[in-house]
Write a protein that binds this ligand. Structure first.
Ligand code: FAD
Length: 323
């Protein structure tokens, strides 16, 4: 059944986040030949519309307002609901990001509809779109279909591959004027954590450090390895609790849930709460002094050794390969 699908594009630092393109790829499957409409909400986002089209959207709607310059659930939900009223889509796709996780349940409740969150794959099967999502902290997967009403999903970053960018693809980018009002939250300022480089949530390579890293300085060799591999540094809660790094780096049940192509766990024991955030990574490498460490049970490759010897060695060898 062909359907119209509305896809929320996410903008950070004036650029579209990769998950926006992955959401379009998911929307293409859900549309079953119908129309994929991109949505951009912000202060001045219209110039990014053409990129959504190049990644597969048929057209794009923008809602621009100075009050939407930074995300608030109040403001963004007003914008999305206004577009929903105008367009009456049959399906809605968001990234399973901080924004998507905050906004989608609120919208689902306002629209009096269900929500399939944290989708890692989807396919057409037997006349249905079947969505797969992890449950029990990634230890099992469930498959869901929508039998009636709005199809509303969030997709986990790094799981549904984006379509190839087609620079020749064109489509309409139009704006919808929405009177944003009665905001209960006003963001006065955004103070960034001092993290630089690759965004951890979307990184293809993650080098994660645990309590075995022993100090803030102990993260330096991990950052060097991440730089060589074009990856990002993450951490266990053990490392965050010990104040070796910021909580924004925490991976796990109460931190970020990631699915990179390569996850290198350094000095991490592999507690169940940590595995909940990384066990679905495509390739897992564990470096640990303790051959009995639980992390080796989920690792594809294990190195029993001192991370302060192994990590610099890896970095040097990888540098040679790059020359
Ligand atoms: P440890 O368990 O202390 O492991 C350190 C490891 O480093 C050891 O295996 C040791 O052999 C190794 N090591 C030491 N020195 C070296 C060296 N020089 N070279 C190589 N290896 C070395 N944890 C998370 O990570 N994420 C979460 O989201 C999370 N949520 C939680 C939620 C709840 C409700 C609870 C109760 C706990 C949660 N935890 C979470 C905590 C979790 O249970 C563990 O305590 C934590 O993951 C341990 O961190 P760690 O592996 O860094 O430290």
């Amino acid at each position: 059944m062909a359907r119209k699908v509305l896809v929320m594009g996410e903008v950070r630092d004036s650029s579209l986040r990769n998950v926006s393109f992955e959401a379009i790829a998911a929307a293409k499957v859900m549309a079953e030949g119908g129309e994929v409409v991109g949505l951009l909400v912000g202060e001045s986002v219209a110039s990014l519309g053409s990129e959504l089209i190049q990644y597969g959207a048929d057209r794009v709607i923008t809602v621009e307002d100075a009050l939407l310059a930074t995300y608030t659930s109040d403001g963004y939900s007003q914008a999305v609901l206004a577009v929903m009223e105008e367009e009456s889509p049959e399906a809605l796709v968001f990234g399973h990001t901080a924004l998507g996780k905050d906004l989608s349940p609120r919208l689902a409740s306002k629209l009096d509809t269900g929500l399939i969150s944290d989708v890692t794959s989807l396919e057409e099967a037997g006349g249905n779109i079947v969505f797969t999502r992890p449950i029990y902290s990634g230890k099992a997967f469930e498959k869901k279909i929508v039998t009636d009403g709005l199809m509303f999903v969030t997709i986990r970053p790094n799981n549904v591959p984006a379509l190839e960018k087609d620079a020749a693809r064109t489509g309409d980018v139009s704006s919808l004027s929405v009177a944003i009002k009665d905001l209960r939250t006003i963001v006065r300022d955004v103070i960034r954590k001092a993290t630089q480089g690759v965004d951890l949530s979307e990184a293809k390579v993650v080098i994660a450090g645990g309590r075995g890293v022993k100090s803030e300085d102990g993260f330096k060799p991990l950052q060097e390895l991440a730089d060589v591999l074009g990856g990002a540094v993450g951490a266990s809660r053990g490392a965050c609790d010990a104040e070796y790094c910021d909580y924004s780096l925490q991976i796990g049940q109460t931190g970020k849930v990631l699915t990179p192509d390569l996850y290198i766990a350094c000095g991490i024991s592999g507690a169940i709460q940590h595995l909940a955030g990384m066990s679905n990574s495509k390739v897992i490498v564990a470096i640990n002094k303790d051959p009995e460490a639980n992390i080796f049970k989920v690792a594809d490759y294990g190195i029993v050794g001192d991370l302060f010897e192994v990590v610099p060695m890896l970095t040097e060898e990888l540098k040679k390969l790059k020359v």
